[in-house]
Design a protein around this ligand. Structure first.
Ligand code: PXL
Length: 264
């Protein structure tokens, strides 16, 4: 049996995040990876590494999805950066076009360095059109704050409350990530399954955000689900895999380091 892991996400040209990260993660976890590109992000070294963002035309996104879903019987998909309401329309259509065993949504609202204001229309469309299809959603601290409608998340209890509130919006599982920004010595993630909460902890590595860590986590969950794991097992394995990727991070000329995916 071939374990197909599909991803619909943006390209990040330095290879630290986005679909490059997803496919590397799938490969390291022995899933057959394939994906559709929704947008191209090219950081600008001449302008403080600001985001240059180019959306792919909606019909080209639809063509990519048609090719992949016609070629293989795909049933597990990760949704990464979508970026515009027009892209969200196309992807929502694709998600309703067949049944999926799992839709893992990494609710990317903005990437590092972008203005929070740019997230508003994407947030609205993501919430109304994509979130209802998700079986697992993996918000970071910022995304969990926005999606839950909380004013802030400062403690693990706040994170649990946010995960519960996001669960009320439709997804079966919420894996909310505290990351380096949630105070404490551990990087804490909480998994809410509609009834119970499991708290996943691992000691923080450094105090800075590492590019691609969130993409890696959601992609690793996707690969494990494709291979048949339960969501709880997938989340636990993905946390270990992501921690290893952060530990092996690479530095270049960017103002942040990038996770490096590798299997042990
Ligand atoms: O890390 C979030 C992210 C996801 N996808 C793409 C990105 C980024 C951040 O830069 O560029 C394509």
């Amino acid at each position: 049996m071939v374990d197909f892991a599909y991803v619909i996400a943006g390209s990040e040209a330095t290879g630290g995040a986005g679909i490059q990260t997803d496919l590397k993660t799938f490969q390291e976890l022995s899933a057959f990876g394939l994906g559709a590109v929704t947008c191209i992000v090219s950081f600008d070294p001449d302008n403080g590494w600001a985001h240059r963002f180019v959306p792919i035309a909606p019909d080209v996104i639809a063509d990519q999805i048609q090719a992949a879903t016609s070629a293989y019987d795909l049933d597990v998909v990760k949704i990464g950066m979508l970026g515009t309401p027009a892209t969200i329309d196309v992807v929502a259509d694709a998600l309703s076009g067949q049944t999926w065993r799992h839709v893992v949504l990494d609710p990317v609202l903005i990437c590092k360095g972008q203005e929070p204001g740019a997230a508003l229309d994407t947030d609205r469309a993501l919430r109304s059109q994509i979130l209802p299809h998700a079986t697992v959603v993996t918000p970071n601290l910022f995304e969990a704050t926005v999606l839950s409608g909380r004013e802030s998340i400062e403690t693990v209890d706040d994170l649990i409350d946010a995960a519960r509130r996001i669960g009320d919006l439709g997804p079966r599982y919420v894996l909310a990530k505290g990351g380096v920004e949630l105070p404490g010595d551990d990087a804490v993630d909480v998994l809410f399954d509609g009834d119970d909460v499991t708290v996943l902890r691992a000691p923080k590595i450094g105090g800075k955000r590492v590019s691609g860590a969130g993409c890696t986590l959601a992609a690793a969950v996707t690969a494990e689900l494709a291979k048949g794991a339960s969501v709880t097992d997938a989340a636990q394995r993905a946390k270990h895999f992501t921690r290893d990727a952060i530990d092996a991070r690479v530095a270049g000329h960017l103002p942040f380091e990038a996770a490096r995916q590798h299997s042990r």
